[in-house]
Design a protein around this ligand. Structure first.
Ligand code: SAH
Ligand code: AVI
Length: 322
């Protein structure tokens, strides 16, 4: 097993008080990153395989078809994937980059140890020419700590994980990426597009109930991290598409009047029907993306999509070199 290097100086995980404002706020929420522990990362993989979750298979189809063009256009000598998960979909890019380079380093960067392990297991047998580096960190806090490389890096942010950021956070993230990119680096961004809301809704409400398990698991994670007393049986999975905001809002809805004890021993009441936001998943138009790219000084080199235009990949460069 390749060593996992933690680049995070993030003490957020152990500062028990940090959870308090999320649960004392009038609109309660939990930080989305807590969806991904050992169990959550596995459940996410299962979601990707459901027939309702079109995102993964559509993005895979685009990657399979265009990997060679992406690697040739970007002249990538090194791949750096943020929020890599299992890295399964990334394989065609790795194969193409191995064709173009004598040696290749692939960085898998994720907050979840389980995801990094899955990534390693997925890639370890590919080639002796492939050097796999596993980095544990938070892509919203730790990007400034990444090591410098002389090679042309292709940064990857796939799966529409950008959709899990509100507009301010998305802008900040893209600005960070743009600022760490060198002249010959590129950035490939995978984005879920606006489409029929029934299709979107069912992707987050699969019949087997895997997304429900994934959503509820966040309670076990925060219980462990912050010594809380959530009981998942007292909540329902609620994922609705907000057409005005073009986003899925994933909540845990309380089925009873209950009370949660915070780390400072204060009790917070949760009333029947009250909802705790666990994730937003934004769906984008080209217009919204163009505004974001401009604000972040990113310029579009090429975009790739599927026949139904459900999902798009954007190949970008940092504008500071133009
Ligand atoms: N890119 C993969 C996985 C997407 S799931 C795919 O397209 O299938 C989102 C991934 O981001 C998970 O592996 C999760 O562990 C990781 N993640 C979530 N929040 C993170 C954060 N704040 N910092 C780093 N990784 C994070
Ligand atoms: C990782 N992320 C882009 C997924 C999404 O679609 O927002 C996470 C997910 N949530 C529910 N199902 C999948």
């Amino acid at each position: 097993m390749s060593k996992i290097v933690s680049i995070s100086s993030d003490k957020i995980f152990i500062k028990k008080e940090n959870i308090i404002p999320f649960l004392k706020n009038k609109n309660k929420s939990l930080p989305t990153k807590y969806l991904y522990d050992e169990i959550g990362s596995k459940l996410f993989e299962e979601i990707c395989a459901t027939k309702e979750y079109y995102l993964t298979r559509t993005e895979k189809e685009i990657l399979d078809k265009n990997a060679s063009d992406i690697i040739k256009t970007s002249k990538a000598q090194e791949l750096f994937e943020l929020g890599s998960g299992s890295s399964k979909k990334t394989k065609p890019l790795i194969f193409e980059a191995l064709n173009e380079n004598d040696l290749l380093t692939y960085f898998s960067f994720d907050i979840s140890t389980k995801a990094l392990k899955m990534s390693y297991n997925e890639l370890k047998k590919i080639s002796k020419k492939l050097n796999i580096k596993l980095l544990k960190g938070d892509f919203n806090n730790d990007l400034n700590k990444l090591s410098y490389s002389k090679k042309n890096r292709l940064f990857l942010f796939l799966g529409s994980t950008i959709g899990n950021f509100n507009n301010n956070l998305a802008e900040k993230f893209l600005k960070n990426i743009s600022s760490i990119m060198k002249e010959n680096d590129s950035f490939l961004l995978g984005v879920d597009k606006i489409k029929d809301k029934k299709i979107i809704h069912s992707a987050y409400n699969d019949k087997e109930g895997i997304t429900m398990k994934f959503n509820k698991n966040i309670l076990n994670v925060v219980n462990k991290e912050y010594s809380l007393n959530f009981n998942e049986d007292n909540f329902l999975h609620n994922a609705q598409y907000n057409s005005k905001k073009s986003q899925i809002e994933m909540y845990l809805e309380s089925t009873t009047n209950q009370s949660i004890t915070l780390p400072n021993n204060e009790n917070v009441k949760i009333t029947v029907g009250e909802k705790i936001l666990t994730e937003i998943s934004r769906k984008f138009s080209d217009n919204t993306l163009n505004i974001l790219f401009n604000k972040a000084s990113l310029s579009l080199v090429k975009s790739y999509t599927d026949n139904k235009k459900y999902f798009s990949l954007y190949l970008l460069k940092s504008k500071k070199y133009f």
